[in-house]
Design a protein around this ligand. Structure first.
Ligand code: DLL
Length: 436
């Protein structure tokens, strides 16, 4: 791989099912021992169902293992699910939690190598080589997007331009002046960059940009067409979640009809979201991953809550790695606003902690290709009878507290008492007007 212009790994990416089965079985067995011996949470879970590590003999035994859910990470916040001593953990990332607590993930050096390899495979599958300039507009920091693709591009030997998100006119200037070939950002931001290019009077065809690698939020085939047109590129999907690694768990190839999963590191299953029973190939259900190649945080049968389908046929691109369909939605209430995960319960927590009534509605729109979140909150009778200035001050206070907790911009409108719709069943907390 060292002298290769890209990171295509035929030994794995075009391997026979038998070869993959052998690798996956060996890795699962090792992982199960690691969990049993080093993570008290898993030892307890296995003991509860009378499962011993030696009961797992091949990857086909995976269904004997218990599921892990996001709440388990919260209950073991921040580091109690780590299977290695602190000195072996070389990186921490995190994603938003429901009540302010983040979901914390950790990586050993080996984990970072494998994660970077997934991202290098993704950039390669999008046509990237070591000669390319890779412009990264995913956020850097605890979010896995920026640093994940950064190390993937470096592993490939490409030149990384670590721009991070924001300041779109400057992004366009850099795309132009540095001659970026591959843009990595959320699909909504790719569209926004496309609009800005147009506004700046630049013909996208004059830019050396060839590909956009977009993920971290749901997007449609129509958005793909728009991105391809407005940036004059091919747009590739990339999937991932911090609990499993970050970006690069799955990635589009030239066929652009489903994402190959790095199943040598992250073993996928699709289960019925209600019965949790496996469903046949091609059937949509909840995507579940087992981290068979991870040392620091080896999650067993992690329920992603993403609804997708997987298929095992060989792809037109030659890869045999299993393919997942674009996630169609979630089996929980998590919203993704500009790539940031937001739970309605986080909003409620902030509102209540500021002494407001629990009557609120979250409205999400897509304006000029960017997600905009507005939160309508009913005032109490006493606040309603206060001066306009007092109401505005309260709005500002709630707004900055929400922005601090959620990590994403929002507007807040205090509305008159008893004006938000009431429901006889579940309260309708979210109105998502985005066409996704
Ligand atoms: O979003 C990791 C990532 C960064 C992926 C950059 C791709 C590119 P989290 O913040 O933990 O990690 O959010 C994970 O985002 O469970 C999905 O619901 C959603 N998601 C990620 N990629 C896609 C995609 C990153 N391509 C959650 N299509 C996941 C649809 C996606 N949804």
């Amino acid at each position: 791989m060292q002298n290769s212009p890209n990171y295509f790994n035929p030994e794995i990416e075009t391997a026979s099912r038998e070869y993959l089965h052998a690798i996956q079985s060996a890795r699962l067995i090792k992982m199960v021992y690691n969990c049993y011996n080093n993570v008290p949470f898993y030892k307890k879970k296995f003991d509860e169902i009378g499962l011993l590590p030696q009961d797992i003999k091949t990857i086909d035994d995976i269904t004997k293992l218990p599921f892990t859910v996001k709440q388990d990470l919260r209950d073991n916040y921040p580091f109690d699910l780590f299977a290695v001593p602190k000195e072996k953990v070389v990186r921490i990332h995190a994603s938003s939690g429901t009540t302010g607590k983040q979901t914390v993930v950790g990586y050993t050096k080996g984990d970072l190598e494998n994660w970077s390899e997934g991202c290098a495979r993704a950039i390669t599958a999008a046509g990237g080589t070591h000669s390319d300039y890779v412009h990264i507009s995913y956020g850097y920091g605890l979010f896995t997007g920026g640093l994940g693709l950064h190390y993937g591009a470096e592993k490939l030997g490409a030149t990384v331009i670590p721009v991070s998100s924001g300041n779109t006119a400057r992004q366009v200037q850099i795309l132009q002046d540095f001659g970026s070939n591959i843009l990595c950002c959320t699909p909504s931001y790719a569209l926004y960059i496309g609009e800005t290019i147009k506004e700046m009077g630049i013909d996208p065809k004059t830019l050396p940009l060839r590909a956009a690698i977009c993920g971290a939020e749901p997007w449609t085939e129509n958005m793909r067409k728009e991105i391809e047109k407005s940036l004059a590129v091919k747009a590739y999907d990339i999937y991932g979640l911090s609990e499993i690694a970050g970006p690069g768990v799955g990635y589009d190839c030239c066929a652009q009809d489903g994402m190959h999963i790095c199943e040598d590191y992250y073993y996928p299953e699709i289960v019925d979201a209600d019965t949790l029973e496996p469903v046949p190939d091609g059937t949509f259900g909840e995507l579940v991953f087992t981290c068979i190649g991870k040392e620091a945080l080896p999650l067993v049968r992690y329920r992603t809550r993403d609804i997708s389908a997987i298929t095992h046929e060989k792809c037109a691109c030659g890869r045999t790695l299993v393919k997942m369909q674009k996630p169609r939605g979630r089996s929980d209430d998590m919203l993704i606003i500009r790539g940031v995960n937001v739970f309605p319960s986080q909003v409620e927590h902030v509102i209540l902690s500021l002494g407001m009534e629990p009557n609120y509605q979250i409205v999400v729109e897509r304006i000029h290709n960017l997600d905009v979140m507005k939160i309508n909150i009913e005032m109490s009778e006493s606040l309603f009878s206060d001066s306009m200035r007092q109401v505005e001050r309260t709005e500002k206070r709630i707004c900055s507290s929400l922005q601090e907790t959620l990590g994403v911009a929002t507007t807040v409108h205090l509305v008159e008492p008893r004006t938000l719709p009431r429901s006889e069943g579940k309260a309708i907390r979210v109105i998502d007007n985005r066409k996704i």
